[in-house]
Design a protein. Structure first.
Lengths: 275, 315, 330
C-alpha cells in the first residue's frame, strides 16, 4: 500500500504540487473578498509605507493601501487575462493548426505567417500591438494571444501531421468519411494532450508577460490593481520600502511556478516521448 | 557550407518580407493620421500636412509599401522623426549596450546553467538533481524585471556595489567600466536564462550518458571528471546551442524591459521610447533589425552545430 | 585447481540491482579463471548476464547495480580497489571491446584523438609520442593508411574498421586480459572472420588472455580453448572447447548445440522450448528446469551443485549426481 502510494507520488508529484498550488491561487482569486484583510482600494494616508507586520501582512503602499489585499485581488486580473488568452489563443491556434496540418494549400500560407510572427520576440510584438491599439484588458489579451499563437499552431500542426498517418485515420478516409468528420472525430481528440500541455505553459507565459507589460506602463491602466501595477507603483520606493517590490513579485513567481510545474508534469505524464 | 549559408540567407528573405509587411500594416492600422499623432495636439494643420507629405502618408498604402521596400533594398530605412536622422544611423549608435548586455547575459546563463545541468544529470534522480531542477523551475518562473529589481535592492540599495541605472559607453570608459554598468541587468537576464539552459543541459546529458562510448571512455580508465568533461559534454552541446540561439533571439527583443528599468540607452529603450513618441519609421526599422538578427542568430547557430558534431552535414 | 599462470579469476561474483521495491540478482555466484594467453568463451543467450559479468570484471556495473565477490587480476582483487587504483588498471592491464563498433567510439572526436588518450593516460606519453604510438597501433590492426585514418572521425569509417580501431585502443597498452563483448555480432560475416583472425593473431603475438563473450557457438569453436556456459546469471557448465562440442553434459548446452544449423543438414532446426526468463523471475531449484525435457521433481525443489567430471569439465545438473556429492564450490 505504502509502496503503491510512493510510486503514485513519484509519477504524479509535479501535477499534484503544480495543480494544487494553482488551485489555491484560483481559490484566492475567487474568494478574494473573504481572504483580503482590507479594502484593496481604501486609502489611509496615515498608514502609508508601513513595513509588513501583523496589521498589514505585506505592508502598505504609498497611499496606505494594504498590499496583501491588493495582491489577493490582483490574482483575479492576472488569472482572468491568462484564462482569456488560453481560450482565444487555444481556439484560434487549434483551427489554424488543424488547417495547416491537414490541408497542403493552407500549410504554406499559415506557416509562413507564423514564421513571420516567430521572428518577433513575443514581448516586442505585444508591445507594438498595445501601442497601436492602446492599453486595456481586451487589448492585452489580444496582443498576447497573437504573440503566442505560433506556438499553439506549431504544436497542433505537429500533432496532426503525425496522427494523419495513423491507420485508423487512413481507414476512415478509405471508408469515405468527409474531411470534417475525419478532423473532428479522428484527429482532434489525439491533439488534445499536446494542446493542454502547451496551453498550460502559455498561461504561465501570459502571467509573466502581462506583468512585464503592465510594469512598463503599456499593459493595464494604473487604477487596475494588477500585480504588474503594484510593482510599478512600488518601484519609486525601492530604496525605502523594498518589500513593495519583493512581495508582489513573489505572487507572480508562485503563479507562474505552479503553471510551469503543472505543464511539465502533464508533459511527463501524457507525452512520455518528450521526457 | 558556403553554399548552405547562401541558401539559408535566400530562404530567409520571405520571412523578412512577411515581417516587413506585418510591421507596415500594423503601423498603418493606427486610427487617424500618424503624422497628427506624432506632432501632438498643438500642431497646426500646415505642420501636419507637411509631415504627412514628407512621410509620404498622402500616397495610397500600396504605393507607400513599395516605396518603403525600395528604400530598404538600398539600405535606407527612412529617417527617424524624433531624431531627424536616418533610422540605420540611430540604430547603429544604440547597438553597443544591447549587444554587450546580451553577450554578458548569455555568458552568465551558460556559466551557471551548464554546470548545474551537468551536476543534475550526473546525479540523476538524486537529491542534487531534484534540487537543481527545482531551482531552475523557480528561475524560469521569475520575471526578469523582478529579478533585476531585486538585484538592485541587494547590490545597489543595501550595498553600494553596482550602479542601479545608466551606462558608460566603451569609447568613454573602456570595456571594464561598460561591463560594470551593465552587470546587474545582465545578471537579471542571465539568471533567468540559465534556468532553461540548465534544464536543456540536463536532458541532453542524460541522453548522452547512456551511450556506449561513455562506457568505452570509462573502460579506458579515464577519470569520471574527464569522462564527463570530454566525452559527454561536447556530444551534449547541440541541444544547448539551440537553446542559446533561442535565448539570444529572445534577449535581443526582450532587452526592452530590462533596459527601461536600468535606463540603459540601448536598442530596447530606443524601441520603447520610439513607441511612446510614435516615431514609426524608427519602430519599423527596429523591428526589422530584430527580425534580421533573429535570422542571423539562427543561421550562426546552425553553422556552429558542425563545430561540436562532425557528423552534421549541410545539404 | 589454481594454476600458477592464472591471470584473471572471478570468485563467487554476484551482481545485484537494488530497486526500492526489490533486489534483482543478475549474476549469481559466477566463478571462472583465465590462464595467460588463453581464450575463454562465455556463452549464453541474451539476458543471461554475460555482459553484466564482463562489466563487473571491469568494475563498470551501471547504477543501481552492485558487484560483490572477488575479481582477481594476478592476485589483486579489483572489486576491493579504490576508484583511482582501478582506473590505472582499466584500459591498461585489462581492457574491453564492445559489441557495437558504431556506438562505442565517440562520434565527435577523431580516431587519433581517442587512441592517443590511452597513451597519454597510462604511459605518460607526450603528444608527439602518443601520436606515433597511435599510428603504430592502427598499423598493428592492419588499417591501411593509418596516418590518414588518424585524423578521421568514426562515422567516416566502416563498421569493421571501427572495430579494428576499438581493438587497437584496447590492446594499445599491452593488457594481460582483453574482454571482448560480442565483438563480431554487429558485423558482416566476412568482416567477422577478419576480426576474429586479427584477434587470434594478436593474442598469439602479444600473449594476451581473452575473455570472449558471445552467443555464437560458431565463434567459440574458432577461437576459444575453454568455454563457460551461462544461464540465468549462473555458470551451468564449464569445459574445454572440444568437450563442449564433443560431449556436452547439461541439457541446456545440448539444446544450444542441437539448435546450431549445419551445412548439408536440411531437417528442421531444434528449438529449446520456452524462453529465457527475465531477471525478475528466475525459477527456483535448477534455473533451467521449466525448459528442460529431462527435469524431475528434485530439479524443481533444489538447485544442483557442480558435478566434476574430470579434465576441467564440470556441470550443474542433477543427472550427473553420482551420489558421492557434488562440489558445492561456485
Amino acid at each position: 500500500m505504502i509502496k503503491k502510494l510512493a510510486s503514485c507520488w513519484r509519477r504524479y508529484s509535479q501535477v499534484i504540487l503544480g495543480g494544487g498550488l494553482f488551485l489555491l491561487i484560483v481559490l484566492m482569486a475567487v474568494f478574494a473578498p473573504l481572504i483580503a484583510t482590507h479594502d484593496p482600494g481604501a486609502y489611509a494616508m496615515r498608514e502609508a509605507l508601513q513595513e509588513p507586520g501583523p496589521a498589514h501582512l505585506c505592508g502598505t503602499d504609498a497611499f496606505g493601501r494594504d498590499v496583501f489585499s491588493r495582491i489577493v485581488y490582483g490574482a483575479r486580473i492576472s488569472l482572468t487575462i491568462a484564462l482569456a488568452v488560453l481560450v482565444v489563443c487555444g481556439a484560434l491556434g487549434t483551427v489554424l493548426g488543424l488547417l495547416s496540418g491537414y490541408y497542403r494549400w493552407a500549410e504554406a500560407t499559415i506557416m509562413r505567417l507564423m514564421d513571420g510572427l516567430m521572428a518577433f520576440p513575443s514581448i516586442l510584438l505585444a508591445l507594438v500591438i498595445l501601442t497601436v491599439f492602446g492599453s486595456g484588458i481586451q487589448n492585452i489579451i489580444l496582443a498576447l494571444s497573437i504573440s503566442y499563437l505560433p506556438r499553439v499552431v506549431r504544436t497542433i500542426r505537429g500533432a496532426v501531421i503525425s496522427v494523419k498517418e495513423y491507420e485508423h485515420v487512413e481507414a476512415a478516409r478509405a471508408m469515405g468519411a468527409s474531411d470534417a468528420r475525419i478532423i473532428f472525430k479522428y484527429i482532434l481528440p489525439l491533439c488534445v494532450s499536446p494542446l493542454i500541455i502547451r496551453l498550460t505553459l502559455i498561461m504561465a507565459l501570459t502571467v509573466l508577460s502581462e506583468s512585464s507589460l503592465t510594469f512598463l506602463g503599456v499593459g493595464l491602466s494604473p487604477e487596475i490593481p494588477s500585480w504588474g501595477n503594484i510593482l510599478s507603483e512600488g518601484r519609486q520606493y525601492i530604496t525605502t520600502s523594498p518589500y513593495l517590490i519583493t512581495l508582489p513579485g513573489l505572487a507572480i513567481v508562485l503563479a507562474v511556478l505552479s503553471l510551469n510545474t503543472l505543464g511539465d508534469g502533464l508533459r511527463d505524464l501524457l507525452d512520455p516521448r518528450l521526457k | 557550407m558556403l553554399n548552405y549559408t547562401v541558401r539559408r540567407l535566400i530562404s530567409s528573405i520571405p520571412v523578412l518580407l512577411i515581417v516587413a509587411v506585418m510591421v507596415f500594416t500594423l503601423i498603418h492600422m493606427i486610427p487617424g493620421n500618424p503624422a497628427a499623432v506624432m506632432l501632438g495636439s498643438d500642431a497646426t494643420q500646415e505642420e501636419v500636412d507637411a509631415l504627412t507629405q514628407k512621410l509620404g502618408l498622402d500616397q495610397p498604402v500600396p504605393t507607400q509599401l513599395v516605396r518603403w521596400f525600395g528604400g530598404m533594398l538600398r539600405g535606407d530605412m527612412g529617417d527617424s522623426i524624433y531624431y531627424d536622422r536616418p533610422v540605420t544611423q540611430v540604430l547603429s549608435e544604440r547597438l553597443e549596450p544591447t549587444f554587450l548586455i546580451v553577450a554578458y547575459a548569455i555568458l552568465v546563463a551558460l556559466a551557471i546553467g551548464v554546470p548545474l545541468g551537468v551536476l543534475a544529470a550526473v546525479n540523476h534522480n538524486g537529491l542534487l538533481d531534484k534540487l537543481c531542477m527545482i531551482l531552475s523551475m523557480v528561475g524560469i518562473s521569475c520575471p526578469a524585471f523582478w529579478l533585476g529589481l531585486n538585484l538592485v535592492i541587494l547590490f545597489a540599495v543595501q550595498r553600494n556595489i553596482f550602479p542601479s541605472v545608466g551606462y558608460l559607453p566603451l569609447a568613454e570608459g573602456g570595456l571594464l567600466s561598460a561591463l560594470y554598468y551593465i552587470t546587474l541587468p545582465s545578471f537579471a537576464l542571465g539568471l533567468q536564462r540559465s534556468a532553461s539552459i540548465a534544464r536543456v543541459t540536463r536532458s541532453s546529458m542524460l541522453d548522452v550518458l547512456n551511450n556506449d562510448y561513455v562506457r568505452t571512455a570509462r573502460a579506458k580508465g579515464l577519470g569520471e571528471f574527464r569522462v564527463i568533461a570530454k566525452h559527454t559534454l561536447k556530444n551534449a552541446m547541440n541541444p544547448i546551442l539551440t537553446q542559446v540561439g533561442m535565448s539570444l533571439a529572445q534577449l535581443v527583443g526582450g532587452a526592452v524591459v530590462i533596459e527601461t528599468i536600468f535606463n540603459i540607452p540601448g536598442l530596447g529603450l530606443l524601441a520603447f521610447d520610439s513607441l511612446k513618441r510614435r516615431d514609426y519609421p524608427m519602430i519599423q526599422g527596429h523591428i526589422l533589425f530584430v527580425a534580421l538578427a533573429y535570422i542571423l542568430i539562427n543561421l550562426v547557430i546552425d553553422l556552429l552545430y558542425k563545430v561540436f558534431d562532425p557528423r552534421v552535414d549541410y545539404h | 585447481m589454481k594454476e600458477p599462470n592464472i591471470v584473471l579469476e572471478a570468485r563467487d561474483l554476484n551482481v545485484d540491482f537494488h530497486n526500492p521495491d526489490r533486489t534483482v540478482k543478475i549474476v549469481n555466484n559466477v566463478s571462472f579463471s583465465i590462464a595467460r594467453g588463453e581464450t575463454l568463451g562465455i556463452v549464453g543467450e541474451s539476458g543471461c548476464g554475460k555482459s553484466m559479468t564482463s562489466l563487473a570484471v571491469m568494475g563498470l556495473v551501471p547504477k543501481p547495480g552492485k558487484a560483490t565477490g572477488q575479481v582477481l587480476l594476478e592476485g589483486t582483487d579489483l572489486l576491493g580497489l579504490p576508484g583511482k587504483e582501478l582506473r590505472k588498471i582499466r584500459g591498461n592491464r585489462i581492457s574491453m571491446i564492445f559489441q557495437e563498433p558504431m556506438t562505442s567510439l565517440n562520434p565527435v572526436f577523431t580516431v587519433g584523438d581517442q587512441l592517443m588518450e590511452v597513451f597519454r593516460l597510462h604511459q605518460n606519453a607526450s603528444k608527439a609520442e602518443a601520436r606515433e604510438k597511435a599510428i603504430e597501433a592502427l598499423r598493428m590492426v592492419n588499417i591501411a593508411m593509418p596516418e590518414q585514418r588518424f585524423g578521421e572521425y568514426p562515422h567516416q569509417l566502416s563498421g569493421g574498421m571501427r572495430q579494428r580501431v576499438m581493438i587497437a585502443m584496447a590492446l594499445s597498452c599491452d593488457p594481460q586480459v582483453l574482454i571482448a563483448d560480442e565483438p563480431t555480432t554487429a558485423l558482416d560475416v566476412t568482416i567477422q572472420a577478419q576480426i576474429l583472425e586479427l584477434m587470434k593473431d594478436l593474442k598469439e603475438r602479444l600473449g594476451t588472455a581473452i575473455m570472449l563473450i558471445t552467443h555464437d557457438l560458431g565463434v567459440v569453436s574458432q577461437v576459444c580453448s575453454r568455454v563457460v556456459i551461462l544461464y540465468c546469471g549462473q555458470v551451468i557448465e564449464e569445459a574445454p572447447v572440444e568437450e563442449i562440442f564433443g560431449d556436452p553434459l547439461h541439457p541446456y548446452t545440448r539444446g544450444l548445440l542441437r539448435s546450431l544449423p549445419a551445412i548439408g543438414r536440411r531437417e528442421k532446426l531444434y528449438v529449446i522450448p520456452g524462453s529465457v526468463p527475465g531477471a525478475r523471475d528466475f525459477p527456483t531449484g535448477c534455473v533451467f528446469h521449466p525448459r528442460c525435457e529431462r527435469a524431475c521433481g528434485r530439479c524443481r525443489e533444489e538447485a544442483p551443485p557442480f558435478f566434476d567430471r574430470g579434465g576441467g569439465h564440470r556441470c550443474k545438473c542433477w543427472l550427473y549426481d553420482t551420489g558421492e556429492g557434488g562440489l558445492t564450490h561456485g
